[in-house]
Design a protein around this ligand. Structure first.
Ligand code: SF4
Ligand code: SF4
Length: 410
C-alpha cells in the first residue's frame, strides 16, 4: 500500500513504524474473514482492512471524525486478523498509533471521558476495587438479575502453604482485578509451580500491567504502571529470578512488549527489554516442566477449552494447554470457531455491551456444543465475561491441574 505520511510524523518512531506496517498491507482482505466484528456487522469499516484505511487517512493528515472513532472503538484488539494476514501486518501496533492520534485530535465527549476515567481508577487499583466488589458480593442476593450476573459470588480459596523453599524462583504477576475476582487462580498457580519445584513469589509494589490504561486512551498512565512493575521486580531479577510468570493471558502480551513501549525511555529501555525477555505465559512455564510426571491423572471429565485471543493470537500459543490437559487425562470436547473472541476484551464488554453480548452468546453456544462438564480458559476477563452465563462451571485451566496435586503438596 502506498503511503503519504507527513515528514514530521516520519521523524517519530511511531510514525516510521506505522508507515512500515501500512506498506506491508496489500489490501487483500483475507483478514476480514476471521474478524469477529466484521462477521457481526458486515460493515467493511468494522473489519481490519477498513480500519487500516481509516488509520491511514488519519496518519496522512485527514482529521478523524466520529465515524473513525466509532469503528476503531469497535475493534476488540483480538488480533485474529494478524494470525490470518499472509503479509505479516502488525495490526495492533498500527491501531495503537491510530487510536492515540484520534484521541488527540478528537477529544471524547465528557461522559465517555468520565466513564473511562472511572474504569481506569477503579479497576487498576485493588485497594479501591476489592472493597467495592466485596460490598457488591454482600448485597448480591438482593440485587436484580442483570446486576447480579455482573458480580461473581465470593469464593474463598484455600491459602497457599509454602512447603520447603525451592531452588528455582520466578516472579508472579498477580494482576489488578484478578486477586479480588478470582483469588483461586494465583493460589492454584503457586501450588502447582511449587509441586513442580518452583517458588512463585510476588513482588511488593507490582500491580496492573498497564493494558487497561493503554486501551483507555491513557498511554502515559500505562507507562507509569510499566515502570512501577519494573522497579518492583528488579531486585528479584538481580537476585536471579528465572522468569516473570503471568497467569492472565491478557496481561502477558503487554509485559512481553514493555521493551517496545519503553524503547525511548533512557532510564528504563534496557530494563524493560530484559523484563520482556523474562515474561512467560503460565502455560509456557508449566508445559516445560511436564506436569504429567508429577500430578495425578484426572478422573474422566469433559472439558471445553476456550483459548483467549491473547493466548492464541497475541502470543501465538496454540495447543499447549489442550496438550497438557489431554496428557493428564481430561477429555477435551470440540469447539467450533475457536479463533473467535468471546467479547470480553478488557473493558470492551462494558464499553461495547451489545457486540460483546452477541460474541459471548455465540462463544458459549460453540463451547457447549460438546456437552462439557466444565469450561476452562486462561484469562480473568474471559472467565468473568462467561462465568455467570455458561450453565456449567468456568475455571482457569491451572485450577484443573491444582485438583491433581499429590496429597503432600501445599
Ligand atoms: S490480510 Fe493483511 S495484507 Fe490483507 S488486507 Fe488484511 S492486513 Fe492487509
Ligand atoms: S483486532 Fe480483532 S476485531 Fe480488531 S480488526 Fe483485527 S480481527 Fe477485527
Amino acid at each position: 500500500m502506498q503511503t503519504a505520511l507527513s515528514n514530521a510524523l516520519l521523524q517519530t518512531r511511531a510514525g516510521q513504524e506505522a508507515d512500515e506496517i501500512l506498506r506491508n498491507c496489500v489490501h487483500c482482505g483475507f483478514c476480514n474473514a476471521t474478524c469477529p466484528t466484521y462477521q457481526l456487522t458486515g460493515d467493511e469499516l468494522d473489519g481490519p482492512r477498513g480500519r487500516i484505511y481509516l488509520i491511514k487517512q488519519v496518519l496522512e493528515g485527514r482529521p478523524p471524525g466520529e465515524k473513525t472513532r466509532l469503528h476503531l472503538d469497535r475493534c476488540l484488539t483480538c488480533r485474529a486478523c494478524e494470525t490470518t494476514c499472509p503479509s505479516g501486518v502488525d495490526y495492533h501496533r498500527l491501531l495503537d498509533t491510530g487510536r492515540a492520534l484520534t484521541a488527540q485530535a478528537l477529544p471524547r465527549p465528557v461522559a465517555q471521558r468520565l466513564l473511562r476515567l472511572v474504569l481506569r481508577k477503579l479497576l487498576a487499583r485493588p485497594r479501591l476495587f476489592t472493597p467495592l466488589l466485596r460490598t457488591g458480593q454482600l448485597l448480591r442476593p438482593l440485587l436484580p438479575g442483570v446486576l447480579k450476573a455482573g458480580i461473581p459470588p465470593y469464593r474463598r480459596s484455600s491459602p497457599f502453604r509454602p512447603g520447603a523453599a525451592q531452588q528455582r524462583t520466578m516472579l508472579l504477576l498477580e494482576g489488578c482485578v484478578q486477586p479480588a475476582l478470582a483469588p483461586q487462580f494465583n493460589r492454584a498457580t503457586q501450588s502447582v509451580l511449587h509441586a513442580l519445584g518452583i517458588d512463585a513469589v510476588k513482588a511488593d509494589g507490582a500491580g496492573c500491567c498497564g493494558a487497561l490504561s493503554h486501551h483507555l486512551d491513557a498511554g502515559s498512565e500505562a507507562k507509569m504502571f510499566m515502570r512501577r512493575n519494573i522497579d518492583a521486580w528488579w531486585p528479584q531479577i538481580e537476585r536471579g529470578a528465572e522468569a516473570i510468570v503471568i497467569t492472565a493471558s491478557g496481561c502477558a502480551p503487554m509485559v512481553k512488549e514493555y521493551g517496545l513501549f519503553l524503547a525511548d525511555d533512557p532510564d528504563y529501555a534496557d530494563k524493560a527489554a530484559r523484563v520482556s525477555g523474562l515474561a512467560r505465559d503460565l502455560s509456557e512455564v508449566v508445559a516445560a516442566e511436564q506436569p504429567e510426571r508429577t500430578l495425578a491423572q484426572a478422573p474422566a471429565t469433559r472439558i471445553a477449552f476456550h483459548s483467549p485471543c491473547t493466548l492464541q493470537h497475541g502470543q501465538r500459543i496454540n495447543g499447549v494447554v489442550e496438550g497438557m490437559l489431554g496428557k493428564l487425562g481430561y477429555t477435551l470436547t470440540p469447539v467450533a470457531d475457536g479463533h473467535l473472541c468471546c467479547g470480553s476484551a478488557g473493558t470492551y464488554s462494558i464499553l461495547q455491551g451489545r457486540l460483546a453480548t452477541q460474541l459471548r452468546d455465540n462463544k458459549l453456544a460453540a463451547l457447549q456444543q460438546g456437552a462439557p462438564e466444565t469450561i476452562a480458559t486462561a484469562n480473568i476477563g474471559c472467565y468473568h465475561h462467561m462465568a455467570g452465563h455458561a450453565g456449567v462451571p468456568v475455571v482457569h485451566w491451572i485450577e484443573l491441574l491444582s485438583n491433581l496435586l499429590p496429597e503432600t503438596s501445599p
